[in-house]
Design a protein around this ligand. Structure first.
Ligand SMILES: NC(=O)c1ccc[n+]([C@@H]2O[C@H](COP(=O)([O-])OP(=O)(O)OC[C@H]3O[C@@H](n4cnc5c(N)ncnc54)[C@H](OP(=O)(O)O)[C@@H]3O)[C@@H](O)[C@H]2O)c1
Length: 297
């Protein structure tokens, strides 16, 4: 809820200009929050007719922002995933040019997949990355490419992202759920309100000189998939299909779907919420899903 983000966040400095690369599901929510805070925020998308396409950027089509667009950007956020070759689309397109921008803060949205399998244990920023999946190895390579730049960067590692229009409620409504039963298999998640809220919180702390290079943004309550689906179904008043043991479900899964079940970890938000004092808008999936339901009605 933008109202909650505005209530607990400060805007950017009055002369700041934020450019968010890749205003898909998450990027556009961060942009909307920034605008609601009164900040000057611009967004890129690949096609000019799309919502939030203030500037067109498409690395594949070689459509880049102009030097004039870039020369006054003080805050940069990339929400663009690695390309199919594992390269970072933005770095490939702009490379070292990013270092000549007058940046006060830069953020890169990454994934907690870079931690790899942790046998169901908690994982913090102090755990060395140990990616098991090919896509997570590509992601870590992109993180490292970003970290090699001389800019005031924070890597923001995210677990499963959900929010209004993309949550267990929508999966149930579309009949797209699988009741895969694998006891002890934990998943972490974060609501888009808290990605946006945490980013404005981190920017404020960065202005005060506190800028850890890697931060997890996750809620307080990793859980099994089934718990989340059961709660979502109870909100909707829907019946769920019967549970299917993992061993049977796995034989019908795509390699991509299967890869999500091969890693088990609980993502700690201790650095964000305790060391850095961020207060979650949605500390757990119950709060987050109630918000998704309310926003849909
Ligand atoms: N979804 C999750 O659960 C999850 C979990 C952890 C981390 N992440 C990561 O967090 C970031 C944001 O996730 P999201 O779900 O909000 O992603 P999303 O909705 O798919 O948005 C991705 C954005 O990147 C843009 N983009 C993709 N390829 C591009 C290219 N070659 N050149 C220029 N722009 C390009 C897209 O442009 P268009 O708007 O024109 O399509 C879109 O705006 C991504 O890096 C994602 O991998 C996601």
């Amino acid at each position: 809820m933008l109202k909650e983000i505005v209530k607990r966040s400060s805007s950017l400095p009055s002369n700041a200009k934020m450019l968010i690369f890749g205003c898909g599901f998450t990027g556009r929510h961060i942009a909307a929050a920034g605008k609601a805070l009164g900040a000057n925020v611009l967004c890129t998308r690949r096609q000019s007719h799309k919502e939030y396409a203030d500037i067109v950027f498409d690395s594949e089509m070689q459509i880049h922002p102009s030097n004039q667009d870039l020369s006054t950007v003080s805050h940069l956020l990339s929400c663009i995933p690695p390309d199919k070759n594992g390269e970072d689309p933005l770095l490939k397109a702009l490379g070292k040019q990013i270092e000549s921008m007058p940046l006060q803060w830069a953020g890169y949205l990454s994934t907690t997949g870079v931690y790899g399998d942790c046998a169901g244990n908690w994982v913090t920023e102090a755990n060395p990355p140990n990616p098991g999946q090919a896509r997570s190895k590509r992601r870590l390579a992109c993180e490292n490419a970003w970290r090699s730049l001389d800019i005031p960067l924070q890597i923001l590692r995210l677990p499963g992202i959900y929010g209004p229009g993309r949550s267990a409620l929508d999966s149930i409504k579309k009949g797209q759920i699988k009741m895969v039963d694998k006891p002890g298999q934990m998943f972490s998640r974060v609501h888009i309100d808290d990605i946006a809220g945490a980013i404005f919180h981190l920017i404020k702390l960065s202005e005060q000189g506190e800028r850890p290079s890697i931060i997890n943004i996750a809620d307080n309550l990793p859980t099994t998939n089934i718990e989340v689906l059961e709660f979502a179904a109870s909100l909707l008043g829907n019946e769920l299909p019967p549970l299917e043991p993992f061993e049977i479900a796995a034989s019908k899964m795509s390699p991509m779907a299967l890869s999500f079940w091969q890693e088990n970890r609980k993502v700690s938000n201790q650095m964000l919420c305790q060391s850095m004092g961020y207060s979650l808008i949605h500390p757990n999936y119950q709060s987050g899903l109630r918000d998704c339901l309310m926003q849909a009605s």
